[in-house]
Write a protein that binds this ligand. Structure first.
Ligand code: CUA
Length: 310
C-alpha cells in the first residue's frame, strides 16, 4: 500500500469539506450580520440618514486579503486533488472498461470479461475507459470518481476500494432510452479471493460447464436489453422466439415473418432492417463488432434456447 498517496476519496472530500465549510461560514456570517443590521439600523431608531466615513484603509485591506486567502486555499486544495486524481500509483491493477448502449464490459489482463467491476480491495485500480457508440460516463460515487467514456478515445481514472464491499456504479451521461439500466456494481474482494475469481471461468458458468452462448450474451451486452426468461426489457425477450411468428416493419411496411437463423443473424448485424412491432429502433448494429464465429455461436444458442414454447 502507499500510505503517502492519498486516495481519491480523501482528496475529493478535502476539497468538498473546505469549500462547503467556507460557504457555510459565509452563509451564517452574512445572514447574521444582515439580521443584526436590520435591527440595529431600523428607521425608527435612525429616522434620518447619518453621514458615514467614505474610506477606511484597514477595512479595504481586510476585505481584500481574507477573501484572497480563502480563494487561494480553494485553489490549493483543488490543485492537489487534481494531481492526486491524475497520478496513478505504480502498483495499480489495469482494467479496461468498454461502455456501450446499454451496459459495461470490464476486461482484465488475462482476457476475462465481466459486467460487474470486480476488484481487489485496498489496491489501486486504473481504469482505461472507452465507448463503442455514444458518450457515457463512468461514475462511482463511493470513490468520488466520474469519467467520460468517449468513442474512439481512451480516458483514465483510478481508485482504491478501502475495504471489501459492494459499491454502486452508474452511467452519468444520458445516453438513450436504457441509460438507467447502465447501473452495476463494483465488487471489492479480499486479494486472495480476487485472484481466485480472476482465474475462474466466466460468471455462472461453473454449473452447466461452459455455455459459450450465454457468455456471448453478456460479453456483447445483449442481456442488457433482451431477457431469456420473458421479462419485459428495452428490447423483445428472447423467450419463445425461435420458430415463432413476429410482426416486423421492413422498409416502412408491416409484415409477418417466422424467426429463423437468417432473421436472427440479420437482426444482430442490422437491427433496423426488420424492426419488431412495439419496440423503438434503438439497438446499435453489430456489423463489424462481432466476429463470424461469435455470431454463429450466438445464433445457434438462441435457436436452441428459445425454440420451445412461449
Ligand atoms: Cu450510458 Cu447513460
Amino acid at each position: 500500500m502507499n500510505p503517502q498517496i492519498p486516495s481519491t476519496i480523501e482528496t475529493v472530500d478535502q476539497v468538498f469539506l473546505y469549500i462547503f465549510g467556507i460557504s457555510a461560514l459565509l452563509l451564517i456570517g452574512i445572514t447574521a450580520t444582515m439580521i443584526y443590521f436590520i435591527v440595529r439600523y431600523h428607521w425608527r431608531r435612525h429616522p434620518h440618514a447619518e453621514p458615514s466615513p467614505r474610506y477606511n484603509i484597514w477595512l479595504e485591506i481586510t476585505w481584500t486579503t481574507i477573501p484572497t486567502l480563502i480563494v487561494l486555499g480553494m485553489f490549493w486544495y483543488g490543485w492537489n486533488g487534481y494531481l492526486t486524481l491524475l497520478n496513478v500509483p505504480e502498483n495499480a491493477l489495469d482494467i479496461e472498461v468498454t461502455a456501450r448502449k446499454w451496459d459495461w464490459t470490464f476486461t482484465y489482463e488475462n482476457g476475462k470479461t465481466s459486467n460487474r467491476l470486480v476488484v481487489p480491495a485496498k489496491r489501486p485500480i486504473r481504469l482505461a475507459i472507452t465507448s463503442l457508440d455514444v458518450v457515457h460516463s463512468l461514475y462511482i460515487p463511493a470513490f468520488r470518481i466520474k469519467k467520460d467514456a468517449l468513442p474512439g478515445f481512451t480516458t483514465y481514472v483510478w481508485f482504491e476500494a478501502p475495504r471489501a464491499d459492494t459499491y454502486d456504479l452508474f452511467c452519468a451521461e444520458y445516453c438513450g432510452v436504457a441509460h438507467s439500466s447502465m447501473i452495476t456494481v463494483v465488487e471489492a474482494l479480499p486479494e486472495e479471493r480476487f485472484s481466485r475469481w480472476l482465474v475462474e471461468k466466466a460468471e455462472k458458468e461453473a454449473d452447466g460447464e461452459a455455455e459459450p452462448g450465454r457468455e456471448l450474451l453478456t460479453r456483447h451486452g445483449c442481456n442488457a436489453c433482451h431477457s431469456l426468461d420473458g421479462t419485459k426489457m428495452i428490447g423483445p425477450t428472447f423467450k419463445g422466439l425461435f420458430g415463432h411468428t413476429v410482426t416486423v416493419t421492413t422498409d416502412g411496411r408491416k409484415r409477418e415473418l417466422t424467426v429463423d437463423r437468417d432473421y436472427l443473424r440479420r437482426s444482430i448485424l442490422e437491427p433496423g432492417a426488420d424492426l419488431v412491432e412495439g419496440y423503438p429502433p434503438v439497438m446499435p448494429p453489430y456489423q463489424g463488432r462481432i466476429s463470424d464465429e461469435e455470431l454463429d455461436a450466438l445464433v445457434e444458442f438462441l435457436a436452441e434456447q428459445t425454440g420451445n414454447g412461449t
